[in-house]
Write a protein that binds this ligand. Sequence first.
Ligand code: IFM
Length: 459
Amino acid sequence: MTEPITFPDGFVWGTATAAYQIEGAATEDGRGASIWDTFSHTPGAVRDGDTGDVACDHYHRYREDVGLMRELGIGAYRFSLAWPRLQPQGRGPLHPGGVGFYDRLLDELHAAGIRPWVTLYHWDLPQALEDAGGWPERDTALRFAEYAAAVHERFADRIPDWTTLNEPWCSAFLGYASGVHAPGRRDPAASLRAAHHLLLGHGLAVEAMRSTRPDLRYGITLNLYPTVAASADPADAEAARRVDGQSNRLFLDPLLAGRYPADVLADLEPIAGTAHIRDGDEKQIAVPLDVLGVNYYTRHVVRGGKPDEDFERDASWVLAPDVEKVRTGAPRTEMGWEIHPDGLYDTLVRVSRDYDAPPLFVTENGAAFADVVDADGRVRDQQRIDFLDGHFRAAARAIADGVDLRGYFVWSLMDNFEWAWGYARRFGLVHVDYATQQRTPKDSARWFAGVARANGITG
Ligand code: IFM
């Protein structure tokens, strides 16, 4: 028996997914190609050559998937709209094929009493826009704002919560620096320009959407990492400053404080210059937010100046190229990420303390484990239950200490296409057999349903 905890009245409990990771139907009803279609079809880019062509076939099975959420009593569903379904070439009028699909999905969610929480961009840039230069080009920010305005005009009556971007850090640095994500480019200067244009696109999009419907909520979702120096050595402190600068403050400061941090600008200037940051951009990025989404998975413990012999550079850390990630002895998920629930507490408290932050939502938290379906058909994923239990408790502590946290979305509703890992990593509350598309709620799904029902952990 563990200590019971209760969350504030009205706390939102939900699950999250993203279009490319679940929808499949990659060429149906007029959908255009995205950078993830191109990338996943590039030999060697994704483990086992997996692609999102079929994924969870959610495009055809959305009724069943919404039904699962209804049965589990889940109150909110965070999902993303596929830009290439709605604008196959990244510009112009919305395509009726994409509009029809999201209309059907929204109908189903409304009928089930599940609140839709929409992300406009979860990494599936139309390939046509990448061909024109992608996020390193300023024009992509303008295209994104136009897309956002068009989608918002069509769906504003049905969607109360609008998130512009999911994890712009990943789009910029995994996509354009280390190249482990689409579009697979390895160009540090381009990645820094991409980060800026993603933020600019966010600011332009929020302004455009709010101008017609100021009554709805607008936000962005960031993946944040508490960053800790491995020792008191000044080289480790400098490593932590650099990693924190690139991972957290490069995004939080312009969004919430209206300017890039001076030390981060000094770090990036020799790599990318600052000419791409034009007068007025910082003001545009700092458009007021109604909510901030926080995705939390792990922390970074870092060492500088004296890498181990087998030190492997992380090419995504363009502002911290000589910094080594230290492996603590703590348990890890199957992704190799340290399990550190206190890091969620630290992140939520830090954002509230250091910034003039809007209400916070945990828009993603969850874990990959090597789940198996037992002979009796059950998936006994106690590790995931323990993981979530620890993180929910950390969130409750943050609330008790004054953080205005309003909701929590578990990543993910179901197993899905885990980007460069393909289908080899399972984050779902619901198990997916990709050969048959059979869905099986794991033990964690039933446990989470109980948490959502009780608005807390009953013990
Ligand atoms: O699967 C991803 C998701 O698309 C974005 N946040 C992290 C998850 C797990 O890696």
